[in-house]
Design a protein around this ligand. Structure first.
Ligand SMILES: NC(=O)C1=CN([C@@H]2O[C@H](COP(=O)(O)OP(=O)(O)OC[C@H]3O[C@@H](n4cnc5c(N)ncnc54)[C@H](O)[C@@H]3O)[C@@H](O)[C@H]2O)C=CC1
Ligand SMILES: N[C@@H](CC=O)C(=O)O
Ligand code: NA
Length: 820
């Protein structure tokens, strides 16, 4: 015998009722014996309640609702039943509707509605639906018969949520079913007292009916048919990747539903749990799907955590004071006070210092709870031994649930790491010794982010999403976006890293889309649906989205984004950037940013600040952290100047070479940043700071090779005109060097804590002599690399290598954020 329960949506329309019929026919064909519990058609119970309230308030509009209720059922009959039986079923239904009308009229005359009348009123929903469905099933060839559960389930007189007398009820059900092989279509939710008054079974009442019948009949299984596939790992409206669980234990189901998974209401299923009858949650609208099987066994041995659950709105109350330490009976008084006020406690934590007890309640009862407790502890409060209760609001509970967490180390670590890296502060923690549930209290604004981060950490560790916000869509930004597009599929497949670009912007337009931007479209098409660019609002929107695993990528040459770095890191969003302005500003600013990223445990990465894609900053840090001592750093740190002086031979125009470097993407957006030595100065300053020297920008001594007229030119075009006019200056220096068998190299150096940038003539014996193209070369002389310095060499500028360096850092950040 199996007991099937069909909820309101499963019997809500003519189509769904037909669907129910198919499911039952299918089972019959397989020779299964069944009992069926049905709810009222969806929306009917609410209409009955409203009609009752209207009539009690003397509002004639209840008649309209009555009409609507009639229409819903008449439509079902008209569409489901053949002409021969229609009139009979209409008549049956009309009789019930007349009774309902009489009841509502009675209520309107009395001008009040008792709980008892409310129960009777609500019973019409199930009585109407069960009759029509039974008639339809009969017509379709099933041996169906409507069964009014009021004749079998006996309760006490607690109207609204009556207590079942199981002894009488079980006996009644046993007797009724003995030797009766009809297909009973049972009214859910309703019952009656021993003197025949109608009662209802409270929240989840139809599930309760199914459990009562299942237990009484020793059913093999109880199937709860609803409009979702089963119990999901998380709320799919918050986590689109949530999936249906195949198996759950009773305890897990209980914990998961306690936190708002509305699929079942486990307290009502107790009779079934007690008899160890398995429960299956199934989807009426997707009947081929197996659903979620709930039994004694948890299943999924590989899944220590089964679900992420939450309560959106709670208040946290704390009772604290020195007068509590070592005093017994404090918590007994506290919680019995709450019990007297009928306040349900959602979560409790107490540290072993016994100095305070913190607990969570629904926010609407927080003040009432505070007043009651302050009153109960008034003597201690007046004596200064205990403080008046503190209330914190705007909080949520997030919990991970699973039986296999028991005795599995690392689960809490994983949970807290995922939250910590996403900047979620935990206000309170609770774990029962059953180890079935770890609950945390967090700020409500972080709820969605937390649920998603935890879902990734526990269910999708092989498929995590990194949310990327790019500012600046020029040479580097554009190349980076192209590289991401080309590599997206590989990273998702091979690395389980789903890189989602959520925001893009150039100086004109910006676009943010939480669903992710389709990089297959052209830049013009993408930005055409954008809005005028505004850096502060771009960043505000990014923070407001509050997505898990977010990275801000600044590919602009200016300060607009840099000004916001502190606030971005403070919002627990990582940053990676080729923009050097942040790290080459004042030392205090540099230090502040480093401190914030350390404090917030988010990454701030900028390897491309020096030598573009070449590893320079990270090896320097490795040397430092491993205890080496850096004596000297010397380098050709400008790809542009390297290219220019490597290509500058007799007979060539200096201006053409600079233009050529710009076309190749080596130069800064304004090449004067390179030629003035400014860009190199920034780089050696950054290296000096990374090496541990507290230098300010003005501490770097730079030889200026550009004439005033070039520096002062109003535009880049005008600069090139002026450069042409002054070419002879460069030719002169080059010829002089050549005459000594030397070449010109723009060299940066850090020695004894002093940083310099000079144009130097070097001979063949010098390592910088043989450079070519845009190559950078960095020479580290250290305690360990003393006689043979450590040399790093390769292209130090250009769109492809720079963007690739930024991309690599994005991936590093992704791995950091998503691995515990
Ligand atoms: N070209 C290279 O080899 C290297 C460049 N870099 C750095 O990369 C950065 C980008 O350089 P490029 O791509 O060559 O510059 P670019 O001039 O080609 O592109 C800059 C982009 O930023 C946009 N932009 C500027 N301010 C903005 C704002 N407030 N909001 C939104 N968008 C804004 C511009 O519209 C443009 O799309 C610079 O900081 C540069 O120093 C670093 C290493 C190597
Ligand atoms: N303009 C710079 C680009 C890299 O930082 C250079 O030429 O090195
Ligand atoms: Na680099």
């Amino acid at each position: 015998m199996i007991v099937l329960k069909f909820g309101g949506t499963s019997v809500g329309t003519v189509d769904s009722i037909r669907q129910v019929c198919k499911i039952l026919q299918n089972n019959t064909a397989q020779g299964k014996r069944m009992a069926v519990v049905v709810s009222a058609m969806s929306g009917i119970t609410n209409k009955l309640i409203t009609a009752g309230q209207l009539s009690a308030g003397g509002d004639e509009n209840y008649l309209h609702l009555l009409k609507e209720i009639e229409e819903t059922h008449f439509t079902a009959i008209r569409e489901l039943m053949g002409v021969q039986s229609q009139s009979r079923v209409f008549a049956q239904t009309k009789r019930l509707l007349n009774e309902l009308e009489d009841l509502l009229r009675g209520i309107s005359l009395l001008k009040e509605i008792s709980l008892r009348a409310m129960d009777l009123l609500q019973s019409f929903g199930e009585r109407l639906s069960s009759q029509i469905i039974a008639e339809f099933l009969k017509q379709e060839g099933l041996p169906a018969e409507a069964l009014d559960a009021r004749t079998l389930i006996q309760t006490n007189k607690s109207f609204g949520s009556a207590k079942v007398n199981f002894e009488v009820t079980n006996a009644n059900i046993g007797t009724h079913f003995a030797g009766n092989d009809k297909l009973h279509i049972i009214t859910g939710f309703v019952a009656s007292t021993d003197d025949g008054q109608t009662t209802t079974l409270g929240r989840g009442g139809s599930d309760y009916t199914a459990a009562i019948f299942g237990a009484a009949l020793n059913a093999d299984c109880i199937e709860i048919w609803t409009d979702v596939d089963g119990v999901l790992t998380a709320d799919p409206r918050v986590v689109p990747e949530a999936f249906t669980l195949e198996k759950l234990s009773y305890e897990e189901a209980m914990e998961l539903s306690h936190f708002g998974a509305k699929v079942i209401y486990p307290p009502t299923l107790q009779p079934a749990f007690k008899k160890k009858i398995p429960l299956v949650i199934r989807n009426t609208f997707n009947p081929s799907f197996e659903g979620t099987f709930i039994s004694e066994e948890s299943g999924h041995d590989e899944l220590p955590v089964k679900g992420i659950s939450s309560i959106k709105d709670i208040a946290l109350l704390t009772l604290k004071g020195s007068g509590m330490i070592g005093v017994s009976g404090v918590s007994a008084r506290l919680f019995s006070t709450l019990a007297q006020e009928d306040i349900s406690v959602i979560l409790i934590t107490q540290a072993s210092s016994e100095h305070s007890i913190t607990f969570a309640v629904a926010p609407e009862v927080a003040v009432k709870a505070k007043e009651a407790i302050d009153e109960a502890f008034s003597i201690e409060i007046n004596a200064g031994k205990v403080d008046s209760i503190e209330i914190e609001t705007g909080l949520s509970v997030v919990a991970i649930i699973g039986e296999n967490m028991k005795h599995t180390p690392g689960i809490a670590a994983n949970m807290f790491a995922a939250m910590g890296k996403n900047g979620v502060n935990i206000a309170a923690i609770a774990q029962g010794s059953s180890e079935l549930n770890i609950s945390t209290v967090i700020e409500q604004r972080h709820l969605a982010k937390t649920i998603n981060a935890l879902h990734e950490a526990f269910f999708l560790s092989d498929k995590v999403t990194l949310n990327v916000f790019v500012l600046g869509w020029g040479l580097i930004g554009g190349t980076l976006l192209r590289q991401i597009k080309e590599q997206q599929e590989y990273l998702a497949q091979e690395q389980g890293l789903n890189i989602k670009v959520i925001g893009v912007a150039n100086s004109q337009k910006m676009l943010l889309d939480e669903k992710g931007i389709n990089l297959e479209l052209s830049k013009e098409d993408i930005l055409s649906v954008g809005v005028p660019s505004n850096t502060p609002s771009y960043i505000a929107r990014m923070k407001q989205m509050n997505l898990a695993n977010s990275v801000f990528v600044d590919c602009t040459p200016g300060m607009d984004g840099v000004k916001e770095y502190a606030s971005i890191l403070d919002a627990s969003i990582s940053i990676c950037t080729p923009n050097k302005l942040c790290n080459s500003g004042t030392y205090n600013d540099y230090k502040a940013i480093q401190d914030i990223s350390a404090r917030r445990k988010v990454k701030f990465m900028y390897e491309t600040n020096v030598g573009a894609g070449l590893p320079v900053i990270s090896p320097l840090n490795d040397l430092k952290h491993s205890g080496d001592k850096v004596y000297k750093i010397e380098g050709i740190l400008s790809g542009t100047l390297s290219y220019i002086f490597n290509s500058f031979t007799l007979g060539k125009s200096f201006t053409d070479i600079v233009k050529n470097a710009k076309e190749k993407g080596f130069t800064e957006p304004d090449p004067r940043d390179d030629l003035s030595g400014m860009d190199v100065a920034r780089k050696i300053l950054i290296l000096a700071r990374e090496a541990g020297f507290k230098l300010e920008p003005e501490d770097v001594k730079v030889e200026n090779i550009l004439p005033e007229a070039c520096l002062n030119a109003a535009s880049v075009d005008e600069f090139f005109e002026q450069l042409q006019k002054h070419e002879h200056l460069f030719e002169k220096r080059m010829t002089e060097a050549n005459e000594e068998g030397k070449v010109l190299r723009f060299v940066a150096a850090l020695e004894n804590g002093e940083a310099r940038v000079v144009l130097k003539a070097v001979d063949e014996s010098h390592p910088f002599y043989h450079l070519s193209g845009s190559d950078n070369m960095v020479v580290f002389t250290t305690k360990r690399y003393l006689n043979e310095p450590l040399v790093i060499k390769g292209p130090g500028a250009g769109a492809e290598v720079t963007a690739a360096g930024v991309f690599a850092e994005i991936i590093t950040i992704g791995n950091y954020l998503t691995n515990a």
